[in-house]
Ligand binder design. Structure first.
Ligand code: SF4
Length: 222
């Protein structure tokens, strides 16, 4: 359920952007890699990032891209070679298999090009709504909303929405947020969520929203 107007949410997101920039709080890992505009690298790095710390994902991505700068090279790597390159990301064996399958499918069904349609991206093995929308937003520069646990948690703490899962948050926000802000939501709230609005014990005393934030369901804060 949406509890605030899209205008109020957008205004707060713009103030988050200013706050992060002034405090020099780092952007999330995918942005740090400097791969925006490259759908192939955004897709692979996003898969590597699932349940993996940014630093580990960044190093693994660099190792893999040094061996496979594009899909033609990636599809020629064996699953074992991919495993060796991406270790120690979480679930590296499963991810290596998924990446190999994706590369094969892209070469066979999509002429070796990462597709820019949501339905096509969702047809790839291991690609869900979150990954697909991140590829659209970061890889293609499209207006696409990516809701992960950070976005879901923070929007609920703000009282902007009341939802029970990231998927429900996505449906609620995707229908209402203006297109021009959608792509920015994920990187802004991932940065805020990693630096201050932590899952447990958020650092509210350091947050510029301390006065206005209702901190819904925050049990402990610092
Ligand atoms: S005041 Fe606390 S709960 Fe609210 S956004 Fe900031 S860190 Fe998160």
């Amino acid at each position: 359920m949406l509890l605030e107007s899209p205008g109020t949410i957008t205004d707060r997101l713009l103030r988050v952007e200013t706050f992060l920039r002034e405090r020099k709080i780092p952007a999330p890992g995918i942005e740090q890699l400097g791969i925006s505009g490259d759908p192939y690298r955004v897709l692979v790095s996003t898969i590597l990032s699932l349940r993996t710390r940014d630093r580990v994902m960044e190093e693994a991505s660099k190792r893999l891209f040094s061996m496979a700068p594009d899909l033609e090279h990636l599809v020629r790597l064996s699953e074992g070679q991919i495993q060796d390159a991406i270790y120690p990301v979480g679930f590296y064996r499963t991810k290596a298999r998924t990446i190999k399958q994706i590369a094969k499918m892209l070469m066979e069904n999509f002429q070796g090009i990462v597709p820019s349609r949501l339905e096509d991206l969702l047809s790839l093995p291991g690609v869900g709504l979150k990954t697909a929308n991140l590829v659209l937003a970061q890889g293609f520069g499209s207006s696409a909303l990516c809701v992960d646990t950070h976005v879901h948690r923070i929007m609920n703490r703000w009282g902007s929405i009341r939802t029970g899962s990231p998927d429900e948050s996505f449906r609620t926000l995707d229908q209402t947020l203006p297109p021009e802000i959608k792509s920015a939501v994920n990187p802004l709230l991932v940065s805020l969520g990693q630096a201050l609005c932590l899952p447990l014990s958020p650092r509210c005393s350091l947050c510029f929203l301390e006065e206005e934030c209702p901190k819904i369901k925050v049990l402990h804060q610092r």
